[in-house]
Structure formats: C-alpha cells, structure tokens
Design a binder for this molecule. Structure first.
Ligand code: GDP
Length: 443
C-alpha cells in the first residue's frame, strides 16, 4: 500500500489520542514528536517537517475546538487538513488550450516512467474521445522510440517519429506541423532523460520548449527515490519552469517522502500519480484523498469512481436486488469476485477503505489476489446445481470439489460456512426490511 509505514505510525499515534476526552499540552507535544519522527522516517524533507509540525501544534494548542469533536479527533482533523495543504490543497488539473492543439511536454530522469506515463495520459485522452498525437523525442535511449510505438499501437494512438538521426528539436517542430495538419487536439512529447541532470540535456529541453511552446511541462518523478526526487524537481523547475509533476511508482513500497515534499519545496503541484506498470495504472492526484489514505480514513471517493468506471451497472443492480431478497447464490458470489478483481490489486483497494489496515485481525488476514483465485477455483469446481443450492454438498462432494480446485476440504468447508453465514445475515436484513416496509405501509 502507498505510504504503509507512515500510515501505520501515524495511525498508532492517533489511536492513542482518539480515546482521550481531554488533551494536555504534553499529550499534544508527545503526539507531535511522534508525527515528526514518522515524517522524517518517511523521508520527508526536514524543513517541510519542521514547518508542518509547528503549524499543527500552533493550531492544536491555540484551538478553535469544535463541539462535535473530541480533542483527539480535533488534532487528527488538523493534521488531515495540514497534510492536504502540504500536498497542494485542491486537485490541480491539466491545462487545456482554447486553441488546439494542447501541448504537453514530458520531462524527467531516465527510468522515472516518462515513456510509460506519456502513453498513460494518451490513453486517458483517447478514452475521452480526444485525438492525441504521441511524439518520440527520446532518440538516445535505444528502445524508447520502439516502446512508445508499441504503446501507441496498443492504444490506437498514432506516434510521430523521425527515427534517431534527426535532432529532437526538429522532430518536435515537425510533429507540431503534423498535428495541426492532421487535426490532433493534443500533442504529447516524450523527451530524453539522463541518469543525472546535465547541461546538454537541459539545453535540448529548453530548445524543445521554445519550439513547441507547451501548455504544460510535466515532470515525471519516481516516488521511490524519496528526497532525491525533490532535488531533481528543483533542478528541472529552475531551468524549465515545470508546471506540474507526475509522481510514479506509488504502488511500490514508497515511504512517501516525495509526495509530501515536492509541492512544499518546489511549488510544483502533483497532477497525476502512477500506480503500476499497466497502461491504465494512473490516477488524478487528490491531495485531500491522499491525506485521508495516509491517516487510515480511506479514500472511498476514488473507490467509487473506479467502481463506476469498471463495474457493470446492470449487474450491480441485479446483485443488489438479489441481496435484498436473500436469493444470492455462489454463482453470484463468483460474479462479484470477478468485478472486484477488475478494480485493481486487492491491497490497493483495501488501502482505500476506511480503517481497513487497522481493523482488528485484518493485519493478519492476507487478502491477496491469490486467495481470491483459490475461492474462485473452488466455486468453479462446483456444478451449477451445487452453486445455487450449496446444501446438497455432502462430504464426498466436498472431497471432489477440493481435488478439482487443487485446494483442501478444509478450505471448501470454510468457504461454505462463510457463505452460509452471509446468507443468514442477508435473510435477517431482508426480513427486517420487509417488516419496516410493512409498518410504513400501515402507518
Ligand atoms: P523513462 O526512461 O522515464 O521513459 O521510463 P519508462 O517509462 O521506460 O519506465 C521505466 C520502468 O518503470 C519501466 O519498467 C516501467 O514499467 C516502470 N514504471 C513506470 N511507471 C510505473 C509505475 O507507476 N509503477 C510501477 N510499478 N512501475 C512503473
């Protein structure tokens, strides 16, 4: 999960505060000391940490206490707001030019994820029925042009390339002409990166900038590099006036320092986050939602948006009706698992549910995709009859199902028991709902 270490530490700290009816100044001081350490350990820039802690402390001690909150909750609220502010407050969207084409120039060090994210943005635009053109200006990394071409083909988005013999500035110039004459409304330029910042590269990027006059210069930074990412951002920004950052590899085991420092140190807003190698693994960066995730409050909004984009509405309604009437079968359960899987890797989804990583017992339950796979295999090894009427599954059938799914009888038993409990609960709910309806009808 994103920021797992930081999230766990902060949540531990706040769990201790949460229950308290009254907070002494030393409670706050102690909590802030832990917040400070947690942030430093997450590789957040030390100046950023210092300012952050000072701000929270000032607000927490001189407090505008709200009636509805306990003092502990109040401190958490302040931390949440300050974390959000640290990451830029409002979501920062990509600029769109009134006159087509809108031009985005992607810059960053080699390996940061530039080529991948140029394609990810093209995918979003393409899905939005826009007509993007990808431009291959990284003529130095041997496979970069090919990589962009392969991605472009996958997406059905054209790629403009003049090979690696023509200068990137000239490629960019001709790409702009091509885009205008072919009615492209967006131009996405993938530029070269180096392992370290060097002057020749910066000069080239400045020339491309002067040639294409981009509406956005997007710095692609690898979140795994922690504070180094901030130094990189500062250098690029001072030379090119970067307009936004795309923070990549947030799916990895990142400590979070980059996400929490970049905006504060460089003033560059993070506009998107990369959360995987796949072409659809990109999310708009919402500072408020990210802060909630870090504090274990979940990110239900993102989850709902993902669900809306991936889940079949008719199926969902059908499912809801079945649940209400308590005629939900194992077949439906299988269907539901399929849909949940489409949302993305499970640990990412879990991280978006409030309190999930802190729920009692949840730490030990290893909900991984493999486990879902086993449950699926078990259900698939059942006959249609068994799926609709699990009560017919006697012990010899259980053995057969376990053998067929490559699992054990215990696992089959566990699944059937869980399913039975679930059905009981649904029956109770549906009974309750019917009673309530009846009462309303009479009243
Ligand atoms: P470039 O040199 O900046 O163009 O970097 P690439 O786009 O070629 O990406 C470098 C490597 O990082 C590739 O193996 C990508 O698959 C991987 N990568 C890029 N973005 C992400 C991300 O958000 N998450 C993960 N896990 N890997 C990524």
């Amino acid at each position: 999960m994103v920021f797992e270490g930081l999230a766990n530490r902060l949540q531990d700290t706040f769990n201790r505060l949460r229950g308290k009816g009254k907070l002494s100044e030393s409670d706050v001081t102690e909590a802030m000391r832990e917040v400070r350490l947690a942030l430093l350990e997450a590789d957040v820039n030390f100046k950023v940490v210092k300012d952050f802690v000072a701000k929270v402390k000032e607000r927490a001690v001189g407090q505008e206490v709200l009636q509805s909150l306990t003092p502990g909750q109040h401190v958490i609220k302040i931390v949440n707001e300050e974390l959000t502010a640290l990451m830029g407050g409002e979501q920062s969207k990509l600029a769109v030019s009134a006159k087509a084409p809108t031009v985005y120039m992607m810059v960053g060090l080699q390996g940061a994820g530039k080529t991948t994210h140029t394609a990810k943005l093209a995918r979003l635009l393409h899905k939005d029925r826009k007509k993007p053109l990808l431009v291959a200006c990284d003529i130095y990394r041997p496979a970069a042009i090919k990589q962009l071409q392969v991605l472009g083909e996958q997406l059905d988005v054209p790629v403009f390339s003049l090979g690696n013999e023509v200068s990137p500035v000239e490629i960019a110039r001709q790409a702009m002409e091509h885009a205008k004459s072919h009615g492209h409304d967006y131009v996405l330029i993938d530029t070269a990166g180096r392992l370290h910042i060097d002057e020749a590269l910066m000069d080239e990027l400045k020339q491309i900038k002067a040639t294409v006059q981009p509406h956005e210069i997007l710095l692609v930074v690898d979140a795994m590099t922690g504070q180094d990412a901030v130094n990189v951002a500062e250098s690029f920004n001072s030379q090119l006036d970067v307009t936004g950052a795309i923070l990549t590899k947030l799916d990895g085991d990142t400590r979070g320092g980059a996400a929490l420092s970049i905006r504060a140190v460089t003033g560059t807003p993070i506009k998107y986050a990369g959360i995987g190698e796949k072409i659809d693994a990109i999310e708009p960066f919402h500072p408020d939602r990210m802060a909630s995730r870090i504090l274990g409050m979940g990110d239900v909004l993102t989850l709902i948006e993902k669900a809306q984009a991936t889940i079949d509405k008719d199926k969902a309604l059908d499912l809801e009706r079945k649940m209400r009437n308590a005629d939900f079968t194992l077949e439906d359960f299988l269907d539901q698992l399929q849909q949940v899987k489409q949302l993305g890797p499970l640990d990412q989804i879990m991280g978006m549910l409030p309190g999930m990583n802190k729920m009692k017992g949840m730490q030990n339950v290893n909900v991984d995709d493999k486990q879902i796979g086993r449950v699926e295999a078990i259900i698939r090894s059942m006959t249609p009859g068994e799926r609709t009427e699990p009560s017919v599954i006697n012990s010899s059938r259980r053995k057969r199902i376990a053998a067929g799914s490559g699992t054990s009888v215990q696992e089959v038993n566990r699944l059937l028991k869980q399913f039975e409990d679930m059905q009981k609960m649904m029956k109770q709910f549906s009974g309750m709902a019917k009673k309530m309806k009846g009462k309303k009808g009479k009243g």
